[in-house]
Design a protein around this ligand. Structure first.
Ligand code: AP5
Ligand code: MG
Length: 221
């Protein structure tokens, strides 16, 4: 299964991608996670990416595309993958189309998670992440374990630096200007499957799995 997760910052792409990745046993590739681990390790890539991320801007296409290119060639992607947060611009999508064509493979679906801007701001302010395994929590909707520890690995959860309210607002503007046009782009390819990001994570997952099932049946008939 080859999937893309599309949606505004904080729509729940990462949360749902982790669930899909376990269900289909395919790797979850989040460009945001790749940048954050490089920032943490202090690599050259991390230093460059941080300049843009902290301002709520996109990392330039030439940097981002190179990373995804290398990742998709890894052997674990042979049976499929979930791209989370890539593509985010039309040039990135055009690159991906060409790369998949060269590899002789096709996308199954582009899952677009819709959440209103107001709800996004609410969610982001409560988001906490595990710096070790990447698990995402929300102080109210999906709280971490006791003493604010990750229920998966026990590490203390933290707030992402780009989750400050003014940066979230900038990220939303960037999303509407540069990423939202991709809905149309993939709509024209008949690949878009839109689900509403509901108040409960499991409700969104339920809708996502049933829409994905009917979408695949429709595609194969
Ligand atoms: P990235 O990490 O991809 O950030 P993003 O798109 O802004 O998305 P998030 O990870 O913030 O949100 P999400 O949709 O994964 O939501 P989550 O599941 O965590 O990228 C970071 C930065 O890197 C970008 O700003 C950019 O600068 C750069 N970058 C990355 N890719 C790039 C690219 N391709 N090109 C250029 N630059 C790039 O959920 C959010 C919160 O809501 C959590 O607290 C969660 O618990 C909660 N939640 C989730 N679902 C629900 C629900 N149904 N109900 C209630 N709460 C929920
Ligand atoms: Mg994410």
């Amino acid at each position: 299964m080859r999937l893309i997760m599309l949606g505004a910052p904080g729509a729940g792409k990462g949360t749902q991608a982790v669930i899909l990745s376990e269900r289909f046993n395919i790797p979850h590739i989040s460009t945001g996670d790749i940048f954050r681990s490089n920032i943490k390790e202090g690599t050259e890539l991390g230093k460059k990416a941080k300049e843009y991320i902290d301002k709520g801007l996109l990392v330039p296409d030439e940097i981002t595309i190179g990373i995804v290119k290398d990742r998709l060639l890894q052997p674990d992607c042979r049976n499929g993958f979930i791209l989370d947060g890539f593509p985010r611009t039309i040039p990135q999508a055009q690159y991906l189309d060409k790369a998949l064509e060269d590899m002789g493979i096709m996308l199954d679906a582009v899952i677009n998670i819709y959440v209103s801007d107001d709800e996004i701001v609410r969610r982001m302010s409560g988001r906490r992440v595990c710096p070790s395994c990447g698990m995402s929590y929300h102080t109210d909707y999906n709280p971490p374990g006791k003493n604010g520890e990750c229920s998966g690995c026990g590490t203390a959860v933290v707030q992402r630096e780009d989750d400050r309210e003014e940066t979230v607002i900038k990220r939303l503007q960037t999303y509407h200007a540069q990423t939202e046009p991709l809905i149309d782009y993939y709509e024209k390819q008949g690949k878009i499957l839109t689900v509403t990001g509901r108040d409960k994570i499991e409700d969104t997952t339920g809708e996502l799995f049933s829409s994905l099932d009917s979408f695949r049946q429709k595609m194969s008939s």
